[in-house]
Structures are given as structure tokens and as C-alpha cells.
Design a protein around this ligand. Structure first.
Ligand SMILES: Cc1ncc(COP(=O)(O)O)c(/C=N/[C@H](C)c2ccccc2)c1O
Length: 474
């Protein structure tokens, strides 16, 4: 039991900290006293299984011993030096990424470290624009690429873009004035179950097998002028927007960008470093991007770190030019020590293969639940990142009609993902999703089979409850 005065912690938390996702009146502190593996421990000693894996970012598990020891060792020497200086940790981290992890593919040239995923995307967008000398970026519906001005201009989560809204009031939300979306085009998301083009996976491919959403993307770029477009940026699996693409999508986006002389940025902030059962999610498709952005699993969030990985061609070009971005903590020596230890741990423990095997087990368990629960319409995913579409009936009616285009005006408590989250917490499991009708499941890459079973039992309990509610209403 903690000796901390937690009522004081909660009082100060509520009194002095600005909160998001809720008004101050709606907000109630959720105190966490410590964390371990896949568990969060509350001040009264309750252990909660975290199937959010925080924000799908603690790949090596909480308080990983190897990473913590490396941080302690680094603290014997550092302090802090900014990115202008070379340190053993930063150079080793870069070498491990380019040679030890990506060396076999042969395309990756250099790395630039930053502190967050948004900064990695900001850097990638800057590099893509200066390298091509073109202004336009193509993003997709429901994309999440960060909250900073450039990365948020490529984000298409309406609730994230829409500024502020009063709680459940029918007032119009107040947009963020001066948002920079003008230089970003929006292509359709490969969201087959609720396709914005009115297709479904069976009907959308043309005689050559091209997906309708890819054809639309091509026509949109042609209409704008491909010589004005710097890059297409994609999450390989849309994390916040919760969309796992059909297998044809990524190879067709790679072909489209190569054919049109446009860069492909793979935003692997959430999917990178083993999350999907490969080092990077693009590797499931036998292609490679021109630029990767990453964070989260780069250090397993032990200390904030992000990175941009660019091709040899882009690295050679940038090497011949003076250019400037300064992020004070980029390449922080202690963060780089954590990155090195994290990558060594993933390699030594073969976490990527463990994630792949856990993915097969989770798929089996989820399909067993699908056979039992009519509210599960679709399961998609791999590794330790799974999406579960929740519906009201066999006509696939969503509980929340606005679905991925919800705004913060909505009654957030009515979202099935929030209802399910409240019920799984009764069983000691944290679970949910940012989108109203789509659960997103994740844990550390070395989550135990017992903990997967515990999460599935909690989900079974929650789905039974939500289906009973639908029956009562009908
Ligand atoms: C593909 C991608 N790119 C960039 C960023 C921005 O990284 P950051 O936060 O600046 O380090 C993120 C962050 N994900 C957010 C926090 C998320 C994840 C799951 C559900 C809801 C939200 C991301 O997923």
C-alpha cells in the first residue's frame, strides 16, 4: 500500500492541471501508484491489466529491468548534451536501426532522433517537402499523425481537429482558427466495412485488381498535379482511426507513389518495433517506404524518444545541404541509452516473433468470441494490435451513427467502446478505443497467454452486457 497522500495528489491534479477529452466537471482523476509488465497498480494495491498498453507504446513492458538498468548507468555519466554533440548511445542507436534491424533490406540511409511521434512526423514532412521541392502532402480519412501544427494538418480525426466543444451541448464546436490543412489533400481510408466510396471489399476491385480507394487517390493526385505532391503519408495500420487495410492496399500505394514519382512516408509511430509481429508493419507487404516515422516502441516509452528514418537517396541529398531543425531534447543521451537497451531487449528476447505468435493466439480467441457474440461484426489485426468492430445488429448498424467522424459534442459515455471499457474494468482489465464503435486491443509484446485469456474473458463479459442492453431497448 502506498504511503503517498493520494487524496492530496487527486486534489492538486484536479485543481492545477489542464485536462483534455473532458470538461473539468466531467473529469475524475484515475490515480496510478506504479506499473509493472502489463499491469498498472492503483494506490490501494489493485492491479489492473492494461490492454491499452497505455497508448500502444510500452512494447517491452512497464519498468523493463534491462532498460531501467541502462538508464541508471547512463545517469552515472550524463546530464544532458544537445543534438550537436556525438554520444556513444545515440550513434549506437542509429547504427542498430540502420544496420542491425533494417540492414538486410538495404534501403535505409540515416536516422534523425526527436522526442515524440509528432516531431518525427513534422521532420518527415519537412524533409519530404524540401527534398522534392513540392508543397502538397496526401493524407487519408481518419489518419492520426500527431497534434503539432504540421502533423495535425495531416490528421483527419474530426474530434482531434475540431478545437473545443461544450459537453454534450448542441452548440457548434469551435474550430481551431488558422489550421494548416490547406497544403494537405485527403484520400479515402481503406476502411472496407464502412467504405466512404460506397463499396465493400467484394465489389471494389477493378479488372486489374486495383482498389477503388487507391484509384480515387490516384485520380485526386492527377487532378492536383503529381508534380505538386511531395508525399503520401500513411499509417500502415491506422491506430487512432482504427483501420486495418486489405492486403492489397499497401503494395498498391507503394506502386502508385513510385509510378507518380511521389515519396511514401510510412508513419510507424504506433506500429513500429514489433507491434504487428514484424519489426515494421510495412514489412508484411514486401515493399519499403522512402521515409519511416517512429516513436512509442522505439524506447518502449521508458523515456520519450522518436525518430525519422530516411532512404539512402534522401540521406545523400540532405547531407549535401545545410538545413535546420532544433528540438532541444532530440537524441537526449539518457533517452538514447533507453533506446539501445530497448532494441537489444527486443532482439535478445525475439519479441517480434513473440508478438507474431501472440497475434495468432489473440486471433483464435477473438474469433471464438465472434462466434458467440452477434455484436462483433469484424476482427482485424496482427501481432499485439487488434481491432474489433462493434455493431447493434446483423445489418451492421453502428451504435454511434457518426462513427469515426464523431465530435466531442457527442455523449461520450454512450459510446460502446466506453461502455465496454467500464464493464471490462469491473474485471480488472483496461480496454477500449478512441473511435466510438471500434475496440482496439493491445498489450506489451511479451504479454502472457494467461493475461490474454483474462482480457478475453473480460471482453466476453462486457459484450454480454452490451447485447443485453440492446435486447432491452429493442
Ligand atoms: C501513427 C501516429 N503518428 C504520430 C503520433 C503522434 O505521436 P506523439 O503522441 O506526438 O508521440 C501518434 C500518436 N498516437 C496517439 C497518441 C494515439 C494512439 C492510439 C490511440 C489514440 C491516440 C500515432 O499513433
Amino acid at each position: 500500500m502506498s504511503k503517498m497522500n493520494w487524496s492530496q495528489v487527486e486534489e492538486w491534479d484536479k485543481k492545477y492541471i489542464m485536462r483534455t477529452f473532458a470538461t473539468q466537471d466531467e473529469y475524475t482523476p484515475f490515480p496510478i501508484e506504479s506499473a509493472e509488465g502489463d499491469y498498472l497498480i492503483t494506490p490501494d494495491g489493485t492491479r489492473i491489466l492494461d490492454f491499452f498498453n497505455q497508448l500502444y507504446c510500452v512494447n517491452a513492458g512497464q519498468r523493463n529491468e534491462k532498460i531501467n538498468n541502462a538508464i541508471k548507468e547512463a545517469l552515472d555519466r550524463y546530464g544532458f548534451v544537445w543534438d550537436a554533440y556525438a554520444t556513444d548511445y545515440k550513434s549506437k542507436a542509429a547504427k542498430m536501426i540502420i544496420e542491425d534491424i533494417l540492414g538486410e533490406e538495404g534501403w535505409a540511409g540515416k536516422v534523425r532522433f526527436v522526442s515524440t511521434g509528432s516531431e518525427a512526423v513534422e521532420t518527415a514532412l519537412l524533409i519530404a517537402r524540401v527534398y522534392t521541392n513540392r508543397p502538397i502532402i496526401v493524407t487519408r480519412e481518419f489518419a492520426y499523425h500527431g497534434w503539432t501544427r504540421g502533423s495535425n494538418a495531416a490528421t483527419r480525426i474530426r474530434a482531434n481537429n475540431c478545437g473545443i466543444a461544450e459537453a454534450n451541448a448542441e452548440t457548434t464546436v469551435r474550430q481551431v482558427p488558422g489550421t494548416l490543412t490547406g497544403s494537405v489533400l485527403t484520400a479515402p481510408s481503406p476502411n472496407c466495412m464502412r467504405c466512404s466510396l460506397g463499396h465493400n471489399y467484394e465489389t471494389c476491385k477493378d479488372a486489374d485488381g486495383e482498389l477503388a480507394c487507391v484509384k480515387y487517390t490516384k485520380r485526386m493526385i492527377e487532378n492536383y498535379g503529381k508534380d505538386r505532391v511531395a508525399a503520401v503519408i500513411t499509417e500502415v495500420v491506422q491506430g487512432a482511426g482504427a483501420v486495418h487495410p486489405p492486403e492489397e492496399y499497401v503494395p498498391q500505394i507503394r506502386k502508385l507513389t513510385k509510378d507518380m514519382g511521389i515519396l511514401w512516408i510510412a508513419d510507424e509511430v504506433l506500429t513500429g518495433f514489433g507491434r504487428t509481429g514484424k519489426w515494421f508493419a510495412y514489412q508484411h507487404y514486401g515493399v519499403h517506404p522512402d521515409i519511416i516515422t517512429t516513436a512509442k516502441g522505439l524506447s518502449s516509452s521508458s523515456i520519450p524518444a522518436g525518430a525519422v528514418i530516411v532512404s539512402k537517396e534522401i540521406a545523400d541529398f540532405m547531407d549535401q545541404h545545410r538545413w535546420e531543425t532544433i528540438s532541444t531534447y532530440a537524441g537526449h543521451p539518457v533517452a538514447m541509452a533507453a533506446v539501445c537497451a530497448n532494441l537489444e531487449y527486443i532482439i535478445e528476447e525475439d519479441l517480434v516473433e513473440k508478438a507474431r505468435k501472440t497475434g495468432a493466439y489473440m486471433q483464435e480467441k477473438l474469433y471464438a468470441l465472434k462466434a458467440k457474440h452477434p455484436s462483433i461484426a469484424k476482427i482485424s489485426g496482427n501481432g499485439v494490435l487488434w481491432l474489433v468492430e462493434i455493431v447493434k445488429d446483423e445489418k451492421l448498424t453502428p451504435f454511434i451513427e457518426s462513427d469515426r467522424n464523431f465530435s466531442h459534442q457527442a455523449d461520450l459515455k454512450s459510446f460502446p467502446t466506453k461502455i465496454i471499457g467500464r464493464k471490462t474494468l469491473e474485471k480488472g482489465v483496461l480496454m477500449g478505443g478512441a473511435m466510438p464503435n471500434t475496440l482496439r486491443l493491445g498489450a506489451s509484446l511479451n504479454v502472457s497467454r494467461e493475461d490474454v485469456d483474462k482480457a478475453m474473458d473480460a471482453l466476453d463479459y462486457a459484450l454480454t452486457y452490451i447485447e443485453s442492453q440492446v435486447l432491452q431497448e429493442s
